[in-house]
Ligand binder design. Structure first.
Ligand SMILES: [Zn+2]
Length: 412
């Protein structure tokens, strides 16, 4: 169940509370990535200490172990057991990884299209040899093995994983796909959205759902299913998708797909006005500082990104002003904390730049320690930023806070 508790007077930003079987999430919120149902480099007991409210695990990577697990009499779900922290968890549908095999891995294209990719665009052929899309789903090759994933199986796996929030299976197009391809893919995604809902309902025999009682009327005590808006870089498709997915009885809305660089705000302005106001909105795979502010301003409640965790593992430390590489020689003798005044558990325990520099130089156990401290700091930094954003929405000072923060932040 999602409740909006305050709306910013000047923008679409809103404060909300999302209830799940494993607790509530104050929104807007960062969703920390826990690919294999663990936040890399953190101990389970670190997770809550970094102000993490919710994590997202990867269905594609947990697929085999989930289906192999018996479940048994345990009341704890597969992902909660593995994470070892009693907080809300999401799983993605697995679609993004499967489609990445086709366009991402082979062509080195991510979610955001860089100018350099544009130059390559003409020489790249759609989808790789590894991926074949049919009405039922996607056949793909991985490590010489033929596999298949479609809407029914994705829901089945996600139910087995047992997260609080799961996603419908959708087709992610490449930023290089043209209008005609995106149109076809979108129609397929919409058919898959209906199938995903149908499968979920079938398995929730006792759950009242239908025209009279919406799934969100279940008080957040059930596993929630979010639909996904696609449509690539095309306004008419994005609006069509927002209206269609918004009209279905999903518990929340995910916004997926790739945008050209600097196209995020434009895309959100097309989509958000057509989404149901009362449902939570998750922008998938976005999480840089400036993008966070812009997404919140456009009415986004949740977003996930690997930046806080992945960059920490490589020694990149985030601060309100910038980010820096702690492995550089100039930090070898700096006895200040990772960020002046930082209240994260690592900085409060007295970790200095010099100490972290030294720990990162080690190749063994000490490096693991370094990565843990860096992860604690970065995850706390992003979660704390979101806490400040929530405060500013509450006080109707979001726009002032955004300007002030971004003015002093050099790495957007
Ligand atoms: Zn810190």
């Amino acid at each position: 169940m999602f409740r909006i508790i305050h709306k910013d007077s000047r923008t679409r930003a809103r404060l909300g509370v999302l209830s799940t079987p494993h607790g509530t999430i104050q929104t807007p919120s960062y969703v920390i990535v826990a690919t294999h149902a663990e936040v890399k480099c953190l101990k389970p007991s670190d997770i809550k200490k970094t102000k993490t409210q919710i994590v997202i695990c990867n269905t594609y990577h947990l697929w085999d172990s989930a289906l192999a697990s018996r479940g048994g009499a345990s009341r704890i779900s597969f992902v909660h057991k593995r994470l070892g922290a009693n907080i809300p968890i999401m799983t993605d549908s697995g679609g993004f990884q499967v489609f990445s095999l086709g366009f991402g891995q082979e062509n080195r294209i991510g979610k955001i299209l860089n100018p350099v990719d544009n130059r390559l665009a003409k020489s790249i052929i759609h989808r790789g040899r590894n991926v074949k899309i049919t009405e039922k789903g996607v056949c793909f090759m991985i490590n010489g093995e033929k596999r298949f994933l479609g809407p029914e199986l994705s829901i089945k796996i996600q139910e087995k994983l047992g997260a609080d929030i799961i996603f419908a299976f959708d087709e992610c197009t490449s930023p290089l796909d043209d209008f005609d391809y995106n149109k076809k893919a979108l129609e397929r995604t919409h058919r898959w959205a209906k199938i995903s809902l149908k499968c979920k309902v079938k398995s929730e025999k006792h759950a009242p759902y239908g025209n009279e009682v919406s799934r969100s009327g279940l008080n957040g005590k059930h596993q929630q299913l979010f639909g996904i808006v696609q449509g690539g870089r095309y306004k008419s498709l994005r609006i069509k998708s927002a209206k269609f997915i918004g009209s279905l009885p999903f518990d929340g809305i995910g916004i997926g797909g790739s945008f050209g660089k600097d196209e995020m705000v434009k895309t959100l302005k097309w989509i958000v006005p057509h989404l149901p106001e009362e449902k939570p909105r998750h922008l998938l795979g976005i999480g840089k500082v400036e993008d966070i502010f812009n997404a919140v301003e456009q009415g986004i409640d949740l977003f996930d990104c690997v930046i806080p965790t992945r960059e920490a593992r490589h020694g990149r430390i985030w601060t309100a002003k910038d980010h820096y590489d702690i492995r550089k020689r100039k930090y070898a003798n700096k006895n200040s904390s990772l960020e002046t005044g930082c209240k994260c558990p690592a900085c409060r325990s007295g970790i200095t730049r010099a100490r972290l520099y030294k720990l990162f130089k080690d190749n063994g156990k000490k490096k693991q320690k370094a990565q843990r401290y860096a992860t604690i700091h970065n995850v706390w930094f992003f979660n704390n930023l979101l806490e400040q954003i929530r405060k500013s929405i509450k006080n109707n000072t979001f726009i002032q806070f955004k300007k002030r923060f971004l003015n002093q932040h050099n790495n957007k």
